[in-house]
Ligand binder design. Structure first.
Ligand code: HEM
Length: 215
């Protein structure tokens, strides 16, 4: 039988392509949008990571979610430095979650509070993606908007405390494979992972509406 980490990856493959090739992402990575769109996107990420990380302390002792809670992954501090750079010292004022972001953050919070295995699906979808494709986004952002390499503006994509991301990802997949849950629960986690991708795509859709390209 296929390992759980392979099942999750295969189950979300199509949606990964969809997210990657969404109009907003393509325009952003294609250098067709301004830094204001990048800033708005970074704002949305803050709301999502706030939901992912504010319950992390409590989840650290949970049998299922606990092994995944690794401080070297935490992104909120890095996002706040990026936002201070992008929006200025009063970065918090006037930030707003898009409706799709609000729905995403609410779902993450719900899982964090009531269903640790579901929380793992959200954890995987964000952090493993950030460790992978996030590096491509960082490279493009540095070039498009002139951020210092791995500096303010793109710190979200820099995992200072993870020296070897490939090895870290291998270890992460081993943690997924070691999740103690029966088949039905694993199916639910896979479904939650697909939902997590859909929630991300919905955020991209709304960002795309807010930043349409002038034809
Ligand atoms: C333009 C945007 C994106 C690019 C260029 C990109 C690119 C990549 C690349 C190159 C990998 C490495 C695959 C591997 O390690 O074998 C990856 C993995 C991954 N990405 Fe993305 N990605 C993007 C957007 C996203 C989004 C929006 C999500 C979800 C929120 C996401 C979630 C993931 C996950 C969970 C993995 C790990 C798959 C696994 O090995 O289990 N990615 N991505």
């Amino acid at each position: 039988m296929d390992s759980f980490s392979n099942v999750i990856r295969a189950a979300s493959h199509e949606q990964h392509v969809e997210a990657e090739t969404s109009t907003f992402m393509s325009d952003l990575l294609g250098g067709r949008l301004g830094v204001d769109a990048y800033t708005r996107y970074t704002e949305q990420l803050w709301f999502v990571y706030e939901a992912l990380e504010s319950e992390a302390g409590r989840l650290a002792s949970d049998a299922v979610a606990g092994p995944f809670i690794r401080p070297e992954l935490f992104r909120r501090g890095a996002l706040e430095r990026d936002l201070a750079h992008l929006r200025g010292p009063g970065w918090r004022a006037g930030m707003s979650a898009l409706p799709a972001t609000r729905a995403y953050a609410e779902r993450v919070r719900e899982c964090a509070e009531r269903w640790p295995a579901g929380y793992v699906a959200h954890h995987y979808t964000r952090y493993l993606g950030d460790l992978s494709g996030g590096q491509i986004i960082r490279d493009r952002a540095e070039k498009a908007w002139g951020f210092e390499r791995k500096g303010d503006g793109v710190r979200f994509y820099v995992f200072e405390e993870i020296g070897n991301p490939a090895a870290f990802k291998r270890g992460y997949r081993e943690l997924l494979d070691a999740v103690r849950a029966d088949d039905l629960e694993k199916q639910r986690v896979v479904a939650e992972c697909r939902k997590a991708f859909a929630l991300n795509t919905a955020v991209f859709r709304e960002l795309g509406e807010e930043f349409p390209l002038s034809a």
